[in-house]
Ligand binder design. Structure first.
Ligand code: SF4
Length: 66
């Protein structure tokens, strides 16, 4: 497990949903932006998926700490 914390900048997120596709256990798209983020510790695989989502996010809205 990792103590990395993920945040989505609500002002930047455009609800395009790439993050939901690559990390569906972390990000959830409800009704428009911003996506919601699971607030718990992430597995190492999830941290890797979040890093990939960061690369894919066209709005550069995903922040990964830790
Ligand atoms: S990929 Fe970026 S802009 Fe798209 S829903 Fe995720 S955080 Fe928002």
């Amino acid at each position: 497990m990792s103590e990395s914390a993920v945040e989505v900048d609500a002002h930047r997120c455009e609800a395009i949903g790439f993050c939901v596709q690559v990390a569906p256990t972390v990000f959830t798209l409800v009704d428009g932006p911003p996506v919601s983020v699971a607030s718990r510790e992430l597995s190492d695989d999830e941290v890797d998926a979040v890093a990939e989502a960061q690369d894919l996010c066209p709005a550069q809205a995903i922040l990964l700490r830790g």
